[in-house]
Design a protein around this ligand. Structure first.
Ligand code: F6R
Length: 324
């Protein structure tokens, strides 16, 4: 007997990305902007929660605030009380994230949390630090819109720098979703079919698409239980290129925002043909989240094509149980 949410439920949650992004956590407008705007924010989190930090970091690249994604079990020693830590953990019980938060608090660094509850909420409330709650009951990876949207609003508030307009992106993604009728779903099923037989490398060609590449790699792993890696161009031309060659290379998915896609085939020169997914939209956030949205659907379609259930992640649960 199946005792976990169905694949249909996973599709439904995943298709809710636009509404998730529009969600405004209670208390956001009361979040006090610091006297001096924060110039450096460490975004601590793991897996489906932590990946939001990559997007926030890439969105901050063209601004005066530096955002550092952090997926480790301790805080870096260079953090100072003038910096800020944003801890994102959907469950609020992720050991690595809690360890980073404890280090930061001990060093007098202000910490803000985004979670559904757990130990993170308890710890931060005890320390009278702000915590923003997102709706519970989902697997963290399908709560991505809640977490990223809230992260965007918190980082903008702390730094005084606007990193994106979630409301505008909600409108763009809603439009994309209504276009995903039969005709637009066709490319997704074509892509999916070509990924069944072999592992996949997902390529990003700029900081934003690198974040989307990592997200898609994680979704292929967790939803489709499929081996996937991620890499970036131009960096791969300085290492991975030497491993490429005839044989059975991984399938290649390249995420790009550029009109003219980068010539990955000629760079890697192994006879493999790259599948390009190009994002477009009224602004960088909308464009990259359009890619994420389609990638998420590809991961669910691949689960279906491989005959696996997207919801269960028993190995992650067992790992967490071992950590205690
Ligand atoms: C599960 C998922 C995982 C978790 C990760 C951290 O859907 O995506 O990657 O996000 O194990 O747990 P949380 O998000 O609760 O801090």
């Amino acid at each position: 007997m199946m005792n976990y949410p169905s694949a249909a439920q996973m599709w439904q949650w995943t298709l809710g990305l636009p509404e998730q992004l529009a969600y405004r956590a209670a208390g956001l407008s009361e979040l006090e902007a610091p006297d001096a705007p924060v110039r450096r924010i460490l975004v601590a989190g793991m897996g489906g929660s932590g990946v939001s930090g990559r997007f926030l970091a890439a969105l901050a690249d063209n601004t005066s605030v530096q955002i550092i994604p952090w997926n480790w079990a301790s805080a870096p020693s260079w953090l100072t009380p003038n910096d800020a830590v944003l801890a994102i953990s959907y469950s609020g019980n992720t050991v690595e994230t809690l360890a980073t938060v404890n280090d930061a608090l001990a060093a007098g660094v202000p910490v803000t949390g985004i979670t559904t509850g757990g130990k993170l909420e308890k710890l931060l409330r005890e320390r009278e630090r702000p915590v923003f709650n997102v709706p519970g009951g989902l697997p963290p990876r399908v709560a991505f819109g809640f977490l990223l949207g809230t992260g965007l609003r918190v980082c903008s508030r702390l730094s005084g720098v606007e990193l994106g307009q979630p409301e505008r992106t909600t409108a763009a993604l809603t439009q994309l979703r209504s276009n995903l009728g039969a005709a637009q779903f066709a490319p997704i099923s074509v892509i999916t079919k070509s990924l069944i037989e072999r592992p996949v490398t997902v390529y990003g060609t700029c900081p934003l698409t690198a974040a989307a590449a990592l997200r898609l790699k994680q979704q292929l792993n967790e939803n489709a239980k499929h081996f996937a890696w991620w890499a970036t161009l131009p960096e791969l031309a300085h290492n991975e290129i030497t491993a490429a060659g005839p044989g059975k290379p991984p399938r290649r998915l390249c995420l790009t925002l550029a009109e003219k896609p980068p010539p990955l085939d000629s760079v890697l020169d192994d006879g493999e043909q790259t599948i390009y997914l190009r994002g477009s939209g009224p602004d960088p956030l909308s464009a990259v989240l359009g890619l994420v949205f389609q990638g998420d659907l590809v991961s669910l379609a691949l689960a279906e094509a491989r005959g696996v259930e997207p919801y269960p992640i028993e190995r992650i649960i067992a790992y967490k149980a071992r950590l205690g």
